[in-house]
Design a protein around this ligand. Structure first.
Ligand SMILES: [Zn+2]
Length: 240
């Protein structure tokens, strides 16, 4: 059984090979916009490749979704893996802080605590937990691009919607370019527990992100029904 990392690598190699076939662009597909380099890209090669490949697949998937509607999905302006407090540029003047990841709409940046993502998610929980988290943050950028970010009445709606969008992406790549094995599902489940709220946090709490069950259901819904269903059924105003 291959892990998610190995399968991600295979798919990216395959995609690179495809895009390298011939010099003429025979189809009318728009060029995939380039991702920015990852700032403070530290850690073992396999970890760094997982992060890089995850963003490549996210960029490709969301561009494809946007192109179908005649739209574009510009990539994040910056990707920042911070390891020290000084490297944490934060968002709107506020530091992001440890054990956190975020999409900042002010500067269109995805940033994450490298110590946490590498040390906890990657080393203890596995590849798929990292992919889910980055897919969630990318999902916030998609919400921003769709213009729905400000329409969610409560934080938890936007958070579960981002889980759904991450699930839509994971479901699509799982069907088409990679195959999750048992360890990937375990990694996803463990990742869900790592980022979940405790039971009893009210739906209206401004910091609520959802329990593991709520977040797991949102991810599964996205994986089964796709991005459009995330917006239509888990969009602004939905309730649990
Ligand atoms: Zn979020």
């Amino acid at each position: 059984m291959r892990g998610l990392l190995a399968t991600l690598l295979v798919s990216v190699v395959a995609l690179t090979a495809l895009s390298g076939c011939g010099t003429a662009n025979s189809s009318n597909e728009p060029e995939l916009p380039a991702l920015p380099p990852i700032q403070h890209d530290l850690g073992p090669v396999a970890y760094r490749e997982l992060i890089g490949d995850t963003f490549e697949l996210l960029n490709e998937y969301w561009n494809e979704q946007a192109n179908r509607l005649g739209e574009t999905m510009p990539p994040p302006r910056a990707l920042v893996s911070f390891w020290t407090r000084a490297q944490d540029k934060g968002c709107g003047g506020e530091k992001l802080g440890w054990q956190n990841a975020q999409y900042c709409w002010q500067n269109r940046t995805i940033a994450w605590d490298g110590n946490w993502v590498y040390g906890v998610l990657y080393r203890r929980l596995g590849d798929a937990a990292v992919a889910f988290l980055l897919g969630h943050e990318y999902g916030h950028m998609v919400q921003d691009e769709l213009g729905v970010s400000s329409e969610f009445r409560h934080t938890i709606e936007a958070e579960l919607n981002a889980d759904c969008l991450s699930g839509a992406w994971l479901g699509a790549v799982n069907d088409q370019v990679i195959t999750f094995d048992r360890s990937d599902y375990e990694s996803l489940y463990d990742g869900m527990l790592e980022v979940a709220d405790a039971y009893g946090v009210p739906w209206t709490d401004p910091s609520a992100h959802g329990t593991a069950a709520q977040r797991g259901r949102a991810l599964l819904f996205g994986a089964r029904h796709g991005a459009r269903a995330c917006i239509n059924q888990l969009g602004p105003g939905f309730t649990a």
